[in-house]
Structures are given as C-alpha cells and as structure tokens.
Design a protein around this ligand. Structure first.
Ligand code: CTP
Ligand SMILES: C[C@](O)(CO)[C@H](O)COP(=O)(O)O
Length: 239
C-alpha cells in the first residue's frame, strides 16, 4: 500500500502581498497562514508525514507560539530560488523517509483554505491513477488576450481550460525525476508540479477543486479567506 506524504513549499517572499512579513506568516484569524495549512494535513489520518520547506534564512518559523509538536512534522531549511527548486529540494530532503512509489501531495503554504473534504476527493480520485493528478477548477470567466497597449487582441476560447490549484499528487520518484528533467531544459521553470510531469509526456488527471481553495497572493485574498472562515464559524454555531 502506497503511503501519502505532504510537501509544503513555504520559502517564498510574498512580493505581491507587499507586507512587512512573507505572506505565509501573516495572521489569518489569529493564526499564521502556514500553520493553518500544516494543521489541516496533520489532522488527516491519511497523511503519513508532512514536510515544510523553509527559506534557509527563515527566522520566523521557530518563533511561532503555536507550532505543532507532531512526530509526523518535518521542517527543512532548504528553500530554493524558485518554487520548483524548493519542491525539488524538499523531495530530496524527505527521500530517506519515503518509498519512491509513495504519493507526495505538494501544497502551497499560501493555500490555507483547503478542506478535509476536498483533500479526500483528490486522494480518492488519484490513488488508483498511474500518473497522478491535481485539483483544478474549470475557467469561469471570459478570457481575453491583451496586446502591448493592454487592449484586447482577441477573445480566447475557455473550453477545456482549467485553473490549477494544489495539492498536486504524484509518486515521489516520478515527481523527482520530472523536476530534475526540467532543470536540464533551457529557460524552463515549471510553475506547478503537473507542468514538470507533462514535460515527460505524461497527462496528469484533473480533479474538480473549489474556489475557496484560493491562493493568498494579494491583500484582498487574505480578507476573502477571513470572510469565508467567519462564515464557516457562523454556520457551525447555527448547526
Ligand atoms: N522560491 C520559492 C517561491 C515560492 N515558494 C512557495 O510556493 C508557494 C506558491 O508561490 P507564490 O504564491 O508565488 O508565493 P511567493 O513566491 O511567496 O509570492 P510572490 O510571487 O508574490 O513573491 C508559496 O507557498 C511560496 O512560499 C517557495 O517555497 N519557494
Ligand atoms: C502551483 C500553483 O498554486 C497553481 O496555481 C501556482 O502556480 C503557484 O503560484 P505561482 O504564483 O505560479 O508561483
């Protein structure tokens, strides 16, 4: 039986957030974004280990007051220059603890709104697959291609277009090979794991995600996430 492990790249600077802290440490209803993300996976009995990849210079993680004390949690100060470098470094760091056929679910630290239900949907859909798969949502809006003057050049068909989310779930050995392969390609930096696997000629499965599994990128994403969590709390109180 293949085990499932989680790898959380948390080494970014959060430049688009323009905050005084990297966005993974901003408070979301009083808890650092990355800790909400980590706790979600630690709460799942399906997950054998959780690996967080931090920037080598990170001096914030260790000061967090509510760090989980689970033996399943492993912290690696081995972030790289790009997200894919951080993920590849994490895959190497966790290698001694996993089998090459074990599943690795790569999940952005900056997506703290994943739910247990959505996580289970991905695992159920992908665990019998020979390649692996990702959460994603079909494009909802009309898609415009811009010219250099920021005017509409044309309208693109949105048929068959999906927006990638995380987790992205692949066997450890396959994903490591895929990311090592893309490192050899000139000017090719995959922005998600699926893109690296695609470069091997494989076709990852698309599993229906949810809008609430948003990535905290701009300040308004944090406000939106807080509003959703407050609504969850109200609904919980009413139930
Ligand atoms: N060198 C990097 C860059 C990003 N990430 C992580 O990858 C996830 C998704 O990346 P993104 O949202 O782009 O985060 P940042 O790079 O931090 O944001 P920005 O692009 O606005 O600077 C985040 O959890 C981020 O911490 C990482 O581990 N290592
Ligand atoms: C992996 C990802 O979350 C899929 O949507 C996303 O690509 C990561 O963010 P980035 O801004 O592209 O680094």
């Amino acid at each position: 039986m293949q085990k499932s492990h989680v790898l959380i790249p948390a080494s970014g600077s959060g430049s688009r957030m323009q905050a005084s802290l990297p966005k993974q440490y901003l408070p979301l209803l009083g808890q650092a974004v990355v800790l909400r993300t980590v706790n979600l996976f630690l709460a799942s009995p399906c997950i054998s280990s959780v690996h967080v990849v931090l920037n080598p210079d990170d001096d914030i993680w260790a000061t967090q007051p509510d760090l989980p004390s689970s033996e399943r949690l492993h912290v690696h100060y081995q972030g790289g220059d790009t997200r894919s470098d951080s993920v590849l470094n994490g895959l190497s760091a966790m290698q001694s603890l996993v089998d090459e056929h074990d599943w690795v679910l790569v999940h952005d630290a900056a997506r703290p709104m994943l739910t247990p239900h959505l996580l289970q949907r991905l695992i159920d859909a992908v665990q019998q697959d020979s390649v692996g798969g990702i959460l994603a949502i079909p494009l909802a809006d009309t898609l415009k291609r811009a010219d250099r003057e920021q005017r509409v050049q044309r309208t693109e068909s949105r048929d068959t277009l999906w927006q990638a989310q995380t987790p992205q779930m692949f066997p450890h050995g396959l994903l490591k090979r895929a990311l090592e392969h893309t490192r050899q390609l000139p000017d090719y930096i995959p922005t998600d794991e699926a893109q690296a696997v695609e470069a091997l000629g494989l076709k990852p499965l698309l599993v229906q995600g949810e809008l609430r599994n948003l990535k905290i990128t701009y300040p308004q994403d944090l406000w939106l996430a807080e509003a959703i969590l407050r609504a969850d709390q109200t609904q919980g109180e009413q139930a």
